[in-house]
Design a protein around this ligand. Structure first.
Ligand SMILES: *[C@@H]1O[C@H](CO)[C@@H](O)[C@H](O)[C@H]1NC(C)=O
Ligand SMILES: *[C@@H]1O[C@H](CO)[C@@H](O)[C@H](O)[C@H]1NC(C)=O
Ligand SMILES: *[C@@H]1O[C@H](CO)[C@@H](O)[C@H](O)[C@H]1NC(C)=O
Ligand SMILES: *[C@@H]1O[C@H](CO)[C@@H](O)[C@H](O)[C@H]1NC(C)=O
Ligand SMILES: *[C@@H]1O[C@H](CO)[C@@H](O)[C@H](O)[C@H]1NC(C)=O
Ligand SMILES: *[C@@H]1O[C@H](CO)[C@@H](O)[C@H](O)[C@H]1NC(C)=O
Ligand SMILES: [Cu+2]
Length: 393
């Protein structure tokens, strides 16, 4: 038997005191596991099917498996955060003549996301672009920082009854760092989207600089570009200028529970047969009052840059969140590969404003200096074809 340290004992008490998971959400957690298992079985069957499989070097014996943060050993988690710190210490590839504020290889990813924000959210490329972006980040950790693991994900449903106690955010040495310092008297986050009513989200229990865990000394260099009202921080022109500041978070259980619980994940997967419905419900249909699981994860982290749609990859937790977004898409696709593998809907601009051409399998995307090459959507639809060779557990 392992002895509990005072810290883990305190966390156990905190977890026990937290609101218990409602029974229906426990059922949804079991259902989500089941859907994921079915998706995994189908993905591996498709990989073994020589009739349909494209020529690729990905095989069942060398496919890599992405795992939930809480299932990784302490050593594996620390190897991951060490690799992220390594990336933050390496020189940027982006010329400062293009993005003056970049100071690290890590910032290449943040800068690219800022630069392309209005062409990669509420667009036909949203899911595939972020799949490619997150994969290239994983590759950079592996190829440039000696990381030998895979990109972990944060299953939001596991933390929805007590987010700050989650192994992702508990502030321990094996977490992705904890909450920001508590700042009293803040109002709700106000999300404003032109011509739609404002959306109010309950403030979290932080608001200030992150004070614990591997990223407590981290400096955020780029952005912010567009923080919600009460989001903390201030604008610096384009967001591409050098603006060093601490990493702020405003983690709270309320947003996690309202928008990214197990039931919301299962409903998203099972109640949306059409790709348009699936990706809109996932991101929150404007005017519906919902921010979807995508917004749910982002605004659970919140803070600066977490609550800024443009600069959000400036918080390292972004990549665990987007790996889960990718996993949910992967589950949805693999439950009906024949109809969903290559399903695309949407255009090249945010909510089609200004109007632009429909995204198709031939649409080419890029992730700038973050890495990779320009690549067609058709290469990004399967996690075992094109550049990819991974699955989820
Ligand atoms: C391979 O895919 C084809 C076409 O979808 C299907 O008819 C066949 O049953 C699959 N084979 C196996 C072994 O699953
Ligand atoms: C997987 O293994 C095959 C041989 O079984 C090899 O040809 C291929 O390069 C490997 N692919 C990856 C992505 O490691
Ligand atoms: C933060 O920086 C201080 C001073 O450089 C250092 O002593 C400390 O170990 C660092 N903490 C972490 C978690 O990196
Ligand atoms: C779970 O999420 C759904 C939809 O996102 C929401 O309607 C429901 O109220 C949430 N459950 C709890 C306990 O907040
Ligand atoms: C773009 O997609 C919409 C929705 O699927 C469709 O109605 C429209 O005809 C498409 N436009 C073109 C030019 O293909
Ligand atoms: C920003 O995006 C534009 C195209 O939208 C591209 O031409 C430019 O190279 C990008 N800049 C960087 C630094 O990626
Ligand atoms: Cu994004």
């Amino acid at each position: 038997m392992r002895l509990l340290t005072p810290v883990s004992f305190a966390l156990l008490i905190a977890a026990a005191l937290a609101a218990p998971r409602p029974d229906d959400d426990s059922n949804a957690l079991a259902l989500l596991d089941q859907l994921s298992q079915e998706a995994s079985d189908n993905a591996l069957a498709a990989l073994a099917n020589t009739t349909t499989k494209r020529a690729t070097t990905c095989t069942k014996s060398n496919i890599s498996v992405r795992k939930e943060w809480g299932t990784l050993s302490a050593q594996e988690r620390i190897a991951y955060t060490n690799a992220v710190l390594c990336l933050q210490g390496k020189a940027a590839l982006t010329p400062t003549s293009l993005i003056p504020g970049v100071r690290s290889r890590y910032d290449d990813f943040v800068g690219t996301h800022i630069n392309q924000t209005l062409n990669i959210h509420y667009t036909g490329t949203f899911l595939a672009w972020h799949r490619y972006f997150t994969w290239n980040y994983e590759q950079a950790l592996r190829n440039e920082c000696g990381y030998t693991g895979t990109q972990p994900y944060w299953n939001w449903g596991l933390s929805s009854s007590n987010t700050p106690a989650s192994p992702v955010f508990d502030g321990s040495a094996t977490s992705m760092s904890g909450n920001g310092e508590y700042i009293a008297g803040r109002g709700p986050l106000v999300l404003a989207l032109e011509s739609y009513p404002d959306l109010y989200l309950p403030a979290g229990t932080g608001g200030g600089c992150v004070t614990s865990g591997p990223f407590k000394n981290m400096t955020v260099n780029l952005g912010p570009v567009s923080l919600p009202l009460n989001g903390g921080g201030s604008l610096t022109g384009t967001g591409l200028d050098y603006n060093p500041r601490c990493l702020k978070r405003d983690i709270g259980t309320a947003v996690n529970q309202l928008y990214a619980n197990c039931t919301s994940i299962v409903n998203l997967i099972t109640q949306n047969n059409d790709i348009w419905d699936f990706e809109m419900v996932m991101q929150g249909i404007p005017g519906s009052g919902s921010i979807g699981v995508h917004g749910g994860g982002h605004y659970t982290i919140a803070g600066d840059p977490g609550a800024d749609v443009f600069t959000s990859p400036g918080d390292p937790a972004f990549y665990l969140h987007h790996s889960m977004i990718d996993r949910v898409w992967w589950i949805w696709q693999n439950l009906d590969l024949a109809n969903r593998q290559n399903a695309i809907s949407g255009t090249g601009t945010f909510l089609n404003y200004p109007p632009s051409a429909n995204t198709t399998l031939d649409t080419v995307i890029n992730i700038g200096y973050a890495g990779g090459t320009s690549i067609a959507m058709s290469e990004l639809m399967s996690t075992t074809e094109g550049p990819f060779c991974y699955t989820y557990e």
